[in-house]
Design a protein around this ligand. Sequence first.
Ligand code: AKB
Length: 316
Amino acid sequence: MNILVVGAGGQIGTELIPHLQTLYGEDNVIASDLKKDIVSQLKESCRAIAFDALDMNSYREVVSQYKIDRIYNLVALLSATGEKNPQLAWSINMGALINSLELAREYNCSVFTPSSIGVFGHSTPHVNTPQDTVMRPDTIYGVCKVSGELMSDYYHSRFGVDTRSVRFPGIISNGAMPGGGTTDYAVEVFYEVLKCGHYTSPIPESTYMDMLYMPDALEACTKLMDCDPAKLIHRNSFNVTAMSFSPKELFEAISRRVPGATFSYDIDPVKEKISASWPDSMDDSAARAEWGWNPNWSLESMVDDMLDAIRVKLSL
Ligand code: AKB
């Protein structure tokens, strides 16, 4: 199987590439990104090419030339950045998706596109948020993600394209930094505490959001795509979560391991509004029942592992 990862230079892509290489073989995974400097870096560890996923002709050439069977479409402008430029967010997020779906239809590829907790909004039940519920997001990012879920289901039912997706919560990782998201605080805090002993949170102390540690997120990306389609009642998209915590709870867990670490709050009004509109905790029983989703990492084990990994990264 030949797999193309579009938007591979971001937080998920840089870790998905080695995960895919381990599962499917190095020669079968192609990484791509718009930025040439990122592609040069990617080339050190994988086959990589630079092209713009919004340019259909270049995208088609790549899918055809490399005989692609599966596309991971990771191109995205995230929630907080999206609010700064909604038109750009729509054109990038939807443009890359529509091109991916069209090429999947033409070349008979399967497509994975991450959706997000961003599909939910103020009118969604916040506790144990059901798989099938109200989706009226308050952000352009969420509007794109709901539209993306609908388009992906449409391409499946109308054209038979094998589209699958999960609604990612915040993803915590120690490789490439996330950028422009509302949940980024849960990554940034580890670097700041280890570098300076202090972190100032843009998110209020008692705001709960779902989170996943990267190894579980990677498992979701491949397990869903490899599962027997006959078992899928849903496709676009599945709630997945491994933990739900507030900044206060995360900071307490870090303090127990980094004595003397201090925390303060300087609330970002955009992130405050977005985080308040998202679920406190999601019900992911559909993913568990339909394709065996079963995350391994908890708040405590994730904090231990993050601190160890970032200490090594920062040579501390
Ligand atoms: C964001 O915060 O925008 C993303 C997401 C939850 O989709 N991490």
